[in-house]
Design a protein around this ligand. Structure first.
Ligand code: TPP
Ligand code: MG
Length: 580
């Protein structure tokens, strides 16, 4: 008697994914993926979120992966559908986000013979996946159950890493794609709901020798700084302890999750634009946690300064080639060992005090400057939105100026998680990423985004009000790419600037939002942004707070802010032209 291998396969795989901790699936409609879609829907233990646009489905999975640290499954049919996953796969690869990418496919006999909706999906994403696997169409062969289940367990284990990232499972299915009614191929899991294979992360023990060597470096160089970028993944208390013992300031980009604590310098970006301050404060050595910070200025300032780079994922985050030592492993274990080694020594605190004094003066001057003007200024919006996120909430910040303004203007604070697609800095998939973050948890989500980035993924708005999520989008609408006004293109090629770089779309965001049933609150004053964000979060659901700004005035506002900070320090003029 023949058996239904296709249905048995799909059900066993879904069951195994659940056992491995998968809680969400983002599914795009299609026929070839029917066995998996039906198995996901029938299982009941995985939340299934349906997206028309595969790019949205994949970026929502990125949001879920970033928010939870666990992979979502993202499923599509064959053909161009799979290609639409590609941008998110690249972000997952570079940004180290766990995700299981499942692409349905025609079986081998239908490939490369002109069958419909068929492309070569083998290794479609090239080197950008941690693992590619294709078992062929499910068949009733001896040991099939163990083979399927072990593979499913492995897709999750590899996606979780470290380093976390995308896994591509290409899934050919032979018709019929719906259950045949025949008995299923027997594919039982381990007893008691256990995963087929429990995959443990590599054992990580801090190496005393490394800690001792780095501690000696810290001691030899009283003029050091701790720099934290995305991917730092370190315990803030441990960072504080090392900063205290070494008497080094912490220059923390908000996307590091470490802009908090007593030793944080939140104004390092404006401070280092003040030429007098920058010249007098070049460190001898850097302890960098994670990636370099976002803005170009700080990285130029640190150019050539030897760095110890701690990368939990063992990558090679060293575009400036400053790393004299790369510590690949658990940052907390390393920081703990470093703290033990540093304890008891007497650090000279003058350097640290100097930085913290500058922080106090710059912070005060910057905040007064921002509060003084009641026209909406993009720097103030970034600061105020970060402040307005409720405790234990999440801020998702877009590439372009929002992430830079957050770096330049945000105050230190606890109790907010900051998520940003900094793997490849795309302005694509943003709305869908936010949807994924909101789907993954109950905490309020606030998003800070420019108009072009928002428009780029307006398909992420499809069905958004039916998803039972709370998300407030603060859209800074400067009708174009404000970032380009800071670049040489703005003055060097005035004739082509607007058409090639500024690219105003002239879209009425309120009308667009109305099509999707999303309410918009227009804010016209600087002080109104915080209030509007708090009101939107309190009201719940999906809401847009739109703030219109002017790209030219924005450049002038940034320059004025740098000048104010330089003046507060009494340390030379602002030097904005060196940056961005
Ligand atoms: C997918 C993708 N395409 C193009 C770019 C290049 N890019 C960087 S910023 C930007 C403009 C973004 O404009 P907006 O979102 O309105 O932010 P603003 O610059 O106004 O702050 C563009 C096109 C990119 N980073 N990613
Ligand atoms: Mg814009």
């Amino acid at each position: 008697m023949s058996h239904d291998a296709t249905t048995a396969f799909a059900r066993a795989v879904v069951d195994e994914w659940v056992r491995a901790g998968v809680a969400h699936a983002c599914v795009a409609p299609g026929s070839r993926s029917t066995p998996m879609a039906l198995a996901l829907a029938a299982d009941g233990r995985i939340a299934v979120h349906v997206f028309l646009d595969e790019r949205s489905a994949a970026f929502a999975a990125i949001g879920i992966g970033r928010a939870t640290g666990r992979p979502a499954v993202v499923l599509c049919t064959s053909g161009t559908a799979a290609a639409n996953f590609h941008p998110a796969v690249l972000e997952a690869h570079h940004g180290r986000v766990p995700v299981v990418v499942a692409t349905a496919d025609r079986p081998a006999e239908l490939r490369d013979v002109g069958a419909g909706q068929t492309v070569d999906q083998t290794r479609l994403y090239g080197d950008a996946v941690r693992w590619f696997v294709d078992l062929g169409a499910p068949e009733d062969v001896p040991g099939a159950g163990a083979w399927w289940r072990s593979t499913a367990a492995r897709t999750v284990a590899v996606a979780v890493g470290p380093p976390a990232g995308p896994v591509h499972w290409n899934l050919p299915f032979r018709e019929p794609l719906v259950p045949t009614g025949e008995p299923l191929v027997d594919a039982p899991g381990r007893p008691d709901g256990a995963p087929w294979t429990v995959s443990d992360p590599p054992m990580r023990l801090a190496d005393r020798e490394v800690a001792t060597r780095v501690a000696a470096l810290v001691r030899r160089h009283p003029r050091g700084v701790i720099v934290a970028g995305w991917g730092a993944d370190a315990d803030p208390d441990l960072v504080d302890r090392v900063a205290d013992l070494g008497a080094w300031p912490v220059l923390a980009d908000p996307v590091s999750g470490l802009r908090r604590g007593a030793f944080t310098v939140s104004t390092y970006d404006p401070l280092l634009r003040a030429s007098g301050f920058a010249d007098a404060h070049r460190p001898d050595v850097v302890l960098r946690l994670g990636a370099p910070t976002t803005g170009r200025g700080t990285n130029e300032f640190l150019r050539g300064v030897p760095a110890v780079v701690v990368d939990p994922d063992g990558g090679w985050l060293d575009p400036g080639r400053e790393a004299v030592e790369r510590v690949a492993g658990d940052p907390d274990g390393f920081l703990r060992a470093l703290a033990v080694t540093l304890a008891g020594g007497r650090a000279d605190r003058a350097w640290l005090d100097d930085w913290l004094n500058a922080e106090a003066r710059a912070r005060g001057a910057l905040d007064r400057f921002l509060d003084d003007d009641d026209l909406p200024f993009e720097g103030r919006i970034a600061r105020d939105v970060a402040d307005a996120v409720p405790g234990e909430g999440t801020l998702v910040v877009a590439s372009s100026m929002p992430v830079r303004d957050l770096e330049s203007f945000a105050r230190p604070r606890d109790g907010v998680r900051i998520i940003s697609n900094r793997g490849v800095n795309g302005i694509d998939g943003f709305v869908s990423t936010v949807v994924g973050v909101a789907l993954a948890g109950d905490a309020p989500v606030v998003a800070l985004v420019g108009d072009l980035c928002f428009l780029h993924d307006s398909n992420g708005l499809l069905g958004i009000t039916g998803r039972d999520i709370d998300a407030t989008f603060v859209v800074i609408d400067n009708d174009g790419g404000g970032i380009f006004s800071f670049l040489p293109q703005a003055t060097a090629v005035p004739d082509h600037f607007e058409s090639l770089f500024g690219t105003p779309q002239g879209v009425d965001l309120a009308a667009l939002a109305a099509v999707h049933g999303v309410p918009v609150d227009d804010v016209t004053s600087g002080a109104g942004v915080s209030e509007a964000v708090r009101a939107a979060v309190d009201a719940g659901g999906v809401r847009i707070v739109r703030v219109r700004t002017d790209r030219h005035a924005n450049v002038a506002g940034h320059r004025a802010a740098w000048t104010v900070v330089a003046a507060a320090l009494g340390s030379g003029r602002a030097a904005p032209e060196r940056f961005r």
